[in-house]
Design a protein around this ligand. Structure first.
Ligand code: NAP
Length: 323
């Protein structure tokens, strides 16, 4: 099995029933369902697996017990390959409606036409925006505990955040690092209580609440993080070699707005219960939508992808019926 999907040999200008933009779980699921509805389908996306590439083991997807995330991506590829869904590893620059069809323009591989589009572009990691963060990115500052934890074997680190990513990251890092400081800006964690309980019992994890990292210092590599208590204003310097910023994600607000797709007040794509956007013929699925905010799981993304494909199928049939 492969981490890469079966790549496409489609030609620019070719027309599809549906183009799926994205390559995360929502996109794979949309691709599978679209193929099973016998719609001519093209997937255009950048990283096979999307955020799943940054996960360790998946143990909260019913029926799959403690499956390594890499294995899950391989299975996704295998599954859509069985249906011969073509995949173009590319960035989509724009989606334009011309009459009854959409023109999907890619960065390097030309334009493709479609009767409908499913946008499943996911989200981008949020930054702390503090002094030292940019300078030390890749030199001690990381946005992915799962990817980089082994690099910090026998070193002290700080994790910032209070959601599942930060808690899961702190747990993983506690197996490598000498000491893990978990810094969260409130006194209540947002993440699942299951992870909070595990973290509380880790002897090398120190939880620092009501606080945030305000500066990252070092020479060539990180050697300190300044932590400020948001209630008292007091600061403390932690001797650390790693700063893991796990503070959530930003929606693809520019991509949506540049293509005329309406977003909610937080910048997530507005969809109805059938994953329809404000643009007739454009549907959206997965983390880029505002649906089920605060509960982002592989299973919820794949569910949305499946629903979007079903909705596309109904939409195209309805259109055919009107002709
Ligand atoms: P999240 O749930 O949005 O949590 C982000 C955390 O970072 C929050 O605790 C937030 O604080 C804090 N934060 C945000 N901006 C900050 C800033 N500028 N400075 C300091 N702290 C800041 O993000 P996530 O943990 O990455 O999770 C994203 C989604 O993926 C969630 O739905 C989560 O459940 C899901 N996920 C699931 C799993 C799993 O099920 N195994 C694993 C990872 C992620 P506040 O709490 O004060 O807002």
């Amino acid at each position: 099995m492969s981490l890469l999907p079966k790549l496409s040999n489609v030609k620019p200008g070719e027309k599809f029933d549906v183009i799926i933009v994205g390559l995360g779980p929502a996109a794979y699921s949309a691709a599978l369902y679209s193929a099973r509805y016998i719609m001519k389908t093209l997937v255009i996306g950048e990283i096979p697996g999307g955020q799943l590439t940054e996960a360790a083991d998946v143990d909260d997807y019913l029926g799959l017990i403690n499956l390594p995330a890499q294995k899950m991506i391989e299975t996704f590829n295998q599954h859509i390959s069985r249906y011969n869904v073509p995949v173009l590893m590319e960035t989509v620059e724009s989606i334009k409606k011309e009459g009854d069809e959409f023109i999907v323009k890619t960065k390097r591989k030309g334009e493709y036409k479609a009767s409908s589009v499913i946008v499943a572009v996911g989200v981008k990691r949020r930054k702390l925006n503090v002094p030292g963060e940019e300078k030390f990115t890749g030199k001690g500052v990381s946005y992915c505990s799962v990817c980089d934890a082994p690099l910090f074997k026998n070193r002290p680190v700080v994790v910032v955040g209070g959601g599942d990513s930060a808690l899961e990251g702190a747990e993983l890092l506690s197996r490598y690092a000498t000491k893990v400081y978990l810094v969260h800006r409130r006194d209540q964690f947002r993440g699942q209580p299951f992870y909070v309980e595990i973290i509380k019992h880790k002897p090398n994890v120190e939880i620092i609440l009501n606080s945030t990292v305000t500066e990252i210092k070092g020479e060539k590599l990180v050697n300190k993080a300044v932590v400020q208590n948001l209630k008292t204003g007091e600061t403390r310097e932690l001797d650390v070699n790693g700063v893991f910023v796990e503070i959530g994600f930003e929606p693809p607000v520019d991509f949506a707005r540049n293509n005329g797709i309406e977003t909610d007040e937080r910048g997530y794509i507005k969809v109805d219960e059938w994953m329809r956007t404000n643009v007739e013929g454009i549907f959206a699925a997965g983390d880029c939508t505002g649906l089920w905010m605060g509960f982002r799981q592989v299973i919820t993304a794949t569910a949305q992808g499946a629903v979007a494909s079903h909705a596309v199928y109904s939409y195209l049939n309805e259109k055919k019926g009107k002709k």
